[in-house]
Design a protein around this ligand. Structure first.
Ligand SMILES: Cc1cc2nc3c(=O)[nH]c(=O)nc-3n(C[C@H](O)[C@H](O)[C@H](O)COP(=O)(O)OP(=O)(O)OC[C@H]3O[C@@H](n4cnc5c(N)ncnc54)[C@H](O)[C@@H]3O)c2cc1C
Length: 362
């Protein structure tokens, strides 16, 4: 008896079921394509990236999930506070944004909402990891465990490693070695006083960030370069606390608890760009195409936007518009250049520290 696992055939195979992969899946289903989303399906208890910019509203509406996200339990983010370039707090208020408030997300639930929406739109799912991708006679053959997936188009939505884009011949350029040393903490505020803003504060070895997660909890992150984590032993709770307690504003948002809940997590947050971000029959989307410094708080927005745009480009390409994927790749380059310019201005406006972290960014 044969134990051969049947092959799967589809118009578009999407590797990665994060926001980018699911935004693409929903959009392609709206275009009538048959779609398979492959993801290991191991949802973590916590995933970084909880501030969603107000500008995401239009994208969520196009994907048909705006009402669901607005219904909660995500909480409104009314703006940002920052002590950057000076010790006092400046506020940017989303009240004056043409989009209204943003969100402090329950990130795991947010990702699950998009997965559910893709499923309801008719995308098929396969639990697993795409191991290898090769192009045979104008089609993709992907290995997922013992299975072979055959697809006309491949979207790499696997996150910053962009493994499948590399299989397709692209290179990933990183411009820094930024990492987050993060902890989840009970909030310093009572439930009724939970802040509705995120808070950023610069310090000699980088910058601190905190935002409310769900009732009574906050995420607190020290952002610095990977080598500086080791140099300052920032991965040890003792030193992390010492640096946190030296802040002026962020320390006021937390309550001291030892040991830290779940310990400290060191997460890569480097800026990168994939060249090219698309080619014949494929495109990289979300972090697989371009990643940005969390100071920009735009990773999820970019994941949704690139997922939708690349899906539109695939649809156009299938209908005979030969320049659509190339135009998508050019757009990734130009938006990444604009972001790098904005990042230089942002870091250049903090002039108080003569330390490696800041000097590397000037
Ligand atoms: C410290 C930190 C803080 C951040 N803060 C913010 C923020 O406040 N706001 C914001 O908007 N963004 C933020 N971001 C960025 C944001 O989280 C990402 O940009 C976003 O998750 C990208 O979505 P994605 O779908 O491209 O990738 P991901 O969300 O990483 O999803 C990729 C998926 O692909 C799967 N996968 C991986 N390899 C394979 C494979 N071989 N085959 C199949 N599946 C695979 C993974 O399991 C995962 O499910 C932050 C990032 C970091 C690191």
């Amino acid at each position: 008896m044969s134990s051969r696992v049947p092959d799967v055939t589809c118009d578009v195979a999407i590797a990665g079921g994060g926001p980018a992969g699911n935004a693409a899946a929903i959009t392609l289903r709206h275009h009538g394509a048959s779609v398979l989303v492959v993801d290991p399906g191991r949802m973590p208890r916590w995933k970084p990236g909880e501030s969603l910019a107000p500008a995401a509203r239009a994208l969520l509406a196009r994907l048909g999930v705006l009402e669901r996200i607005s219904a909660g339990p995500h909480t409104p983010c009314l703006g940002n506070q920052s002590a950057w370039g000076r010790n006092t707090l400046a506020e940017s208020d989303f009240l004056f944004s043409r989009y209204g408030a943003g969100w402090h997300l329950d990130r795991v639930l947010f990702d699950r909402t998009l997965t559910d929406a893709a499923r309801r739109a008719g995308a098929r799912e396969l639990t697993g990891r795409v191991g290898a991708a090769r192009r045979v006679c104008g089609q993709w053959e992907l290995a997922v465990g013992a299975r072979t997936i055959r697809a006309r188009y491949l979207l790499d939505a696997t996150g910053a490693a962009a493994r499948l884009a590399r299989h397709a011949g692209a290179t990933v350029t990183r411009t820094d070695r930024l990492v987050a040393v993060a902890a989840l903490l009970p909030s310093g505020a009572s439930n009724r006083e939970v802040p509705r803003t995120s808070l950023v504060e610069s310090a000699a070895l980088g910058w601190w960030y905190t935002a409310p997660l769900s009732a009574g909890a906050s995420v607190v992150m020290a952002m610095t370069d990977a080598d500086l984590v080791a140099r300052h032993a920032l991965h040890t709770p003792e030193h992390w606390w010492k640096h946190l307690m030296a802040t002026t504003h962020v320390r006021g948002r937390v309550r001291r608890v030892v040991p830290l809940q779940g310990g400290l997590r060191v997460v890569r947050a480097a800026t990168s760009c994939t060249h090219p971000a698309a080619g014949p029959g494929w495109a990289a989307i979300g972090d697989a195409a371009t990643t940005s410094d969390p100071i920009a708080a735009r990773g999820i927005l970019t994941a949704l936007a690139t997922g939708i745009t690349a899906a539109d480009a695939v649809h156009a390409d299938a209908a005979g518009s030969s320049g659509a994927l190339e135009a998508y790749a050019e757009r990734i380059v130009s938006t990444h250049q604009e972001y790098l310019h904005a990042r230089r201005i942002c870091y250049g406006s903090e002039k108080r520290w003569d330390t490696p972290f800041w000097n590397r960014r000037r």
